[in-house]
Write a protein that binds this ligand. Structure first.
Ligand code: DX5
Ligand code: ZN
Length: 216
């Protein structure tokens, strides 16, 4: 089975963003993954709306926006206006998750929920039917280039079962430590969208790296 791939721009050369995005445009990537960090939900700060809008101008790939921020509700319209196609919020950052998901969908975006490594997939039991995407964090969010957490496979199998029982076709995305060695195993555990930062952006040829992750 072939997975979709979303290169994570966090590992790009920020001094040459347009050039790096051009390389992704020319690749078989399905989305461009953009990480928004607020320095509160995670111990890092990445980028805000002006940069996101500039990315949108250059990118031919739809933007998969991963919010690692508190109070995401407050910014849903602004992320739509900045060009997000998928908007993913963290379960751990949302008190009224059902409302947040409805808000994202009302704004015309696909709605995703991300789970930190310690958060069991079972917390999504009563909302799974409303989700377009579930993002399993396979590292602790905040930084690129970290080591994949092996326990994630067990979570993915439980998620697969849960989606089956709910009759859901939600996209299953993984983010963190994805590489050429684990991509196929992840797909075999039900993953349909692979995020890859370091693996794509540290490769001599980014398009080749994307194709390799897709198993081509
Ligand atoms: C981490 C971010 C990731 C990150 C992944 O918090 O959510 O998207 O860029 O980077 P790699 O693929 O290098 O682990
Ligand atoms: Zn991410």
């Amino acid at each position: 089975m072939e997975a979709k791939v979303a290169p994570s721009l966090l590992s790009a050369d920020f001094g040459n963003l347009a050039r790096d995005i051009e390389e992704i445009n020319a690749s078989a990537a399905d989305y461009l993954h953009v990480d928004i960090m607020d320095g509160v939900f995670v111990p890092n700060i990445s980028m805000g709306f002006p940069v996101l809008k500039a990315i949108k101008k250059s990118s031919k790939k739809p933007l998969d926006v991963h919010l690692m921020i508190v109070n995401p509700d407050q910014y849903v319209e602004r992320f739509r206006d900045a060009g997000a196609a998928i908007l993913t919020v963290h379960y751990e950052a949302c008190t009224h998750l059902h409302r947040t998901i409805a808000h994202i969908k009302d704004c015309g975006m696909l709605a995703g929920v991300a789970l930190n490594p310690h958060t069991p997939v079972e917390v999504l039991t009563d909302i799974i039917q409303d989700l377009d995407l579930v993002l399993i964090m396979t590292v602790n969010p905040g930084y690129g280039g970290q080591k994949f957490i092996e326990h994630s496979y067990a979570k993915l199998l439980r998620l697969k079962q849960m989606l089956k029982e709910a009759g859901s076709n939600a996209i299953v995305e993984v983010d963190g430590g994805v590489n050429f060695d684990n991509a196929e195993k992840l797909v075999n555990h039900g993953v349909s969208l692979l995020v890859a930062g370091n693996t794509v952006f540290s490769a001599p040829n980014k398009a080749e790296a994307v194709s390799k992750l897709k198993g081509r």
